[in-house]
Design a protein around this ligand. Structure first.
Ligand SMILES: [Zn+2]
Length: 447
């Protein structure tokens, strides 16, 4: 074993130890039988709202849902009853684009030389808890540039060591030299002793996919172009050739993994869809031809509109030059009109935010924007529940409230179909039958 291997082993061991040390909140084992009485219950599958229903939960799973009186007549005196009669109950939310291993507000260049992956991993445990406490009981984590933090995080959450959402992890995201996954703006003489997802040519892309799969990735994330500003105008500034994108999709498929691609430009979106990429992230310059192709191939689109709104607000607050603000504002306008077209086309839109560009735990702030841009509130809810679970391949596990599904349940005071902004304050959260948060007054129920 050489020095580099030893150092890498030390880093990995350090990450595991820090996660264990940080396990401040070991969850209690769930009560055997729990009943939630729901004033209103959103059935996202049928797009309807049920009144005076109750959910019977046994262990981690939903056992039965039915009229309140029927469910209450079937339980014994040991059952725990949670009264949410004044609330609207719905499935736990799902954000299909987060990076829990990257913390909001960090300084990229300073952190490169002052922080290790151990620091990032500890911060990730906090990000995971904030996300869960915002009502997001499942996420798809699209990875980091240098380490398997999302995979360690997923494993620690699955083992019950730390609180957090269910996670599908992408591991280390892949990109070309000089592309969106590479370290830009650093002297080439500074060598960092860390993993990297930079891969050029068919063989390196294949190797990077295999390396991620070997280390526990659930899916593959690839960067196909730069930032939204770099991608302007709608020309083809692809950081990979069509052949390389095809190889990525083909290699991932052989290992049973789906590929998510970061793409803004229309020409590259077409390349990605044609290659069989499963989900397109951002899709800012999506044109009519892209929409037609996505519909034909059943490609999922994750438009992530909130982060650019947040960025513009921040730039205004910090007094950024007007020319830059105006540039972002015109891109935002374009996103709005493209989003409207995608909504009207019936292409599959899934909820994903890119939380990390704005604070983790603010994931629900995107809902009002999507509704403002023409998505009806029930459809917006579906994008973060039943449609998101389809993207994850978890249609039989999460995303709806039905018998046999995980008891991932949230409740809000106001009906989000009437006021979608209500989702920004989730007052009750249950994940897998365990209560994460309950701000509702407990009214004792006498049987
Ligand atoms: Zn991202």
């Amino acid at each position: 074993m050489n020095w580099n291997h030893m150092k890498q082993m030390k880093i990995k061991l350090g990450i595991v130890l820090s996660m264990l040390l940080f396990a401040s909140q070991i969850q209690a084992s769930p009560a055997d039988t729990v009943v939630i009485i729901a004033g209103k219950l959103i059935d996202v599958k049928n797009a309807t709202i049920l009144s005076n229903h109750a959910i019977l939960i046994v262990g981690e799973y939903i056992n039965k849902i039915g009229p309140k009186d029927v469910i209450l007549s079937q339980i014994n005196e040991n059952s725990k009853i949670i009264n949410l009669e004044s609330a609207t109950v719905l499935p736990g939310l799902i954000d299909c684009h987060v990076h829990l291993g990257i913390t909001y507000g960090n300084n990229y260049f300073r952190d490169l030389v002052t922080k290790t992956s151990i620091d990032n991993a500890i911060e990730a445990t906090v990000n995971a808890r904030k996300t869960l406490e915002a009502g997001f009981t499942s996420v798809r984590d699209l990875g980091t540039s240098k380490d398997f933090i999302d995979i360690g995080l997923r494993n620690a959450i699955n083992s019950g060591i730390i609180p957090g959402p269910r996670i599908q992890s992408a591991g280390i995201y892949i990109g070309s030299t000089g592309g969106h996954a590479d370290m830009i703006g650093i002297s080439p003489y500074i060598i960092f002793d860390q993993f990297s997802g930079v891969a050029d040519g068919n063989d390196e892309i294949r190797k990077m996919i295999r390396f991620n799969v070997k280390n526990g990735a659930d899916l593959i994330k690839i960067m196909l172009d730069g930032t939204i500003v770099e991608s302007e105008p709608v020309s083809d500034k692809s950081q990979y050739s069509q052949e390389e994108i095809n190889v990525c999709a083909e290699e991932a498929k052989r290992w049973g993994k789906k590929v998510s691609a970061h793409v803004h430009g229309a020409g590259i979106i077409k390349k990605a869809i044609n290659a069989g990429i499963y989900s397109i992230e951002h899709a800012s310059y999506m044109d009519d031809e892209c929409i037609r192709l996505a519909k034909q191939k059943g490609t999922f689109i994750i438009p992530t509109p909130y982060w650019i709104k947040y960025t513009i607000d921040q730039m205004i607050q910090r007094g950024a030059p007007t020319s830059i603000i105006e540039k972002y504002q015109s891109l935002f306008k374009l996103q709005e009109s493209n989003f409207k077209k995608i909504v009207q086309s019936g292409v599959k839109i899934v909820y994903g935010t890119d939380a990390t560009i704005f604070p983790h735990g603010w994931n629900a702030k995107q809902f009002p924007l999507m509704v403002e841009w023409g998505m009806n509130p029930m459809k917006a809810l579906q994008s973060a529940t039943i449609d998101a679970s389809e993207l994850l391949g978890w249609s039989d596990k999460v995303g709806v409230l039905e018998s046999g599904y995980y008891a991932d349940i949230i409740a809000v005071e106001e009906n989000p179909v009437d006021n979608i902004g209500a989702l920004e304050q989730v007052d009750f959260i249950m994940k897998g039958g365990r209560i994460v948060k309950n701000n509702f007054d407990q009214i004792p129920t006498v049987k």
